[in-house]
Design a binder for this molecule. Sequence first.
Ligand SMILES: [Zn+2]
Length: 284
Amino acid sequence: MPELPFLQVLADNVDAQVRGRTVTGARLYSVSLLKSFDPPLSALERRRLSGARRIAKLIVLDAPDLSLVLHLMRDGRVQIGAPRTRPGKDLALGLRLDDAQEFRVVERGPKKRASAYLLPSADLAGREPAAGLGIDPFDTALTPERLHEMLQGEPGQLKRFLTLQRYVTGIGNAYSDEILWEAQRSPFAGARRLDLSETSSLLEAIRRTLTRALEEHRAYFGATLPAKEPVELLRVHRHAGEPCPRCGTPIAEVAYAERETYYCPSCQTGGKVYADRRMSRLLK
Ligand SMILES: [Zn+2]
């Protein structure tokens, strides 16, 4: 599932292409995509787009007092190009723009999980899907003290803490591994066990990891719209068996709760390698 670096570059590059354009036609091809009922998608027609931005893992198109909020989930993607002559099975939503381009939401595969919401911009923060979201990792209001307070409220492990969107937003299965590798912390350690100074280091690792990933994603994608997460931009996630970039120990992988976790047994878990079976017993 796309995470902050991918989605930020996507939002920035969509913004560069749609800002100032007027919507000349709006069409929903997959009825189940749109989760809001009022106003209808056609309310976007004849409106001038003021830009695109990212909130947490959401892509928001502002028009300008109406916002089209997209949650792409695993398989949803955004395209901008010449209008298709035939919609195709993957097409979920299309906006014709006054420069003869088409903004599209597409979703491949049988599982249609992406969603869209058309909402008054003023209501955004209080309504699905943005309601209840935590704080952006780059928000200056996220201080070590605030993060420490949040960690104290989470009974689960550090990895889980980082992926839950109610604390810090934009981080998922891949970047939680990247951040914990950077921080040299075990993904399986309890979130509550970090003291304030350790929390401060974790916050630095969060920002360092995401800043570097953003720079690398920008260089990799240029002005194009990201469609696939490049595995080569990840240090440990999906790199099982490869040498740790810091110490050379083979990266370990453990599957737990349908999620794969990757870590360096030397840098992060004090030499401990967790087997799937042992993990499940440990967690009971
Ligand atoms: Zn290592």
